[in-house]
Design a protein around this ligand. Sequence first.
Ligand code: NAP
Length: 277
Amino acid sequence: METITLNNGVEMPLLGLGTFKTAGDECVNSVRTAIEAGYQMIDTAEGYKNEEQVGQGIAESGIDRKQLFIVTKVSFRSFENAREAVLSSLKKLRTDYLDLVLLHWPFGNYYAAWRELEKFYAEGIIRAIGVSNFEPDRLIDIVSFNKVVPAVNQIETHLFCQRQVERKWMEKYNVRPMAYAPLGQARRNEMFTLPEVTALAEKYSRTPAQILLHYLIQLGIVVIPKSVHEERIKENFNVFGFELTAAEMETLRALDTASPMVGTPAKPEKVEMFMPH
Ligand SMILES: NC(=O)c1ccc[n+]([C@@H]2O[C@H](COP(=O)([O-])OP(=O)(O)OC[C@H]3O[C@@H](n4cnc5c(N)ncnc54)[C@H](OP(=O)(O)O)[C@@H]3O)[C@@H](O)[C@H]2O)c1
């Protein structure tokens, strides 16, 4: 597994398994299957309500904990009680340390939550701390007025939303970009059928999904594609071992429309999801 080095020296895999909207046995099985296929990183969240199943999948795989990189997130609804939230995640995930913990959304008292994460980090219970869904204004804010600079910003990133401006800010502060929805949640099928993508798939004997993931990886962006199907879990893992040319990278870069689909509370249908009930 190729890795990157975070701003605190911790090595992080460039690829992991996403688990959003996976539950029950399907979640347990996808995690176990991924680890058996060679995945070393699993991404979950308090808000996904599946940390217990992720923990079970890890246990069933029998892998040595030290070989894994476990990522979870504190929900903004828990920011006033972040200590409790992290302790609960540790228990559900059946581990005594976490590799990376993120603030899920920059809402509410994220300063209180960040300072709690800073304490866990100082105690050695979390190896790296970071944020998620932080647009440049929030990122500048949290970097400027706290002790620890986030190691990672997990934010929606895919072919149609490449975060070129946002990534410049992350680079300035040495915050690593981590792409969620790297396949655009498979909601926009044209991503898989664009001639620019299928031509590369043919040239490199890969699938369109593999090209889409590899493109982000070649840019140094960590990816966490989600699948509950064994063949796709394996497909999404087989994205190393080839290099796109500079011209091919530029062709894909030009397909950016800079428009997020998921990470925008401004969309009316998202109102419920973001209410602090
Ligand atoms: N921080 C945040 O706010 C946030 C938000 C969203 C997501 N995330 C994280 O990022 C992870 C990935 O994002 P995501 O799950 O939203 O979207 P995604 O990984 O871009 O797409 C997942 C969808 O693509 C399908 N798929 C997977 N592999 C495929 C392939 N090779 N070919 C065709 N279709 C494929 C999956 O179906 P099947 O499962 O049926 O194969 C699923 O419907 C999440 O699971 C979660 O861990 C974080």
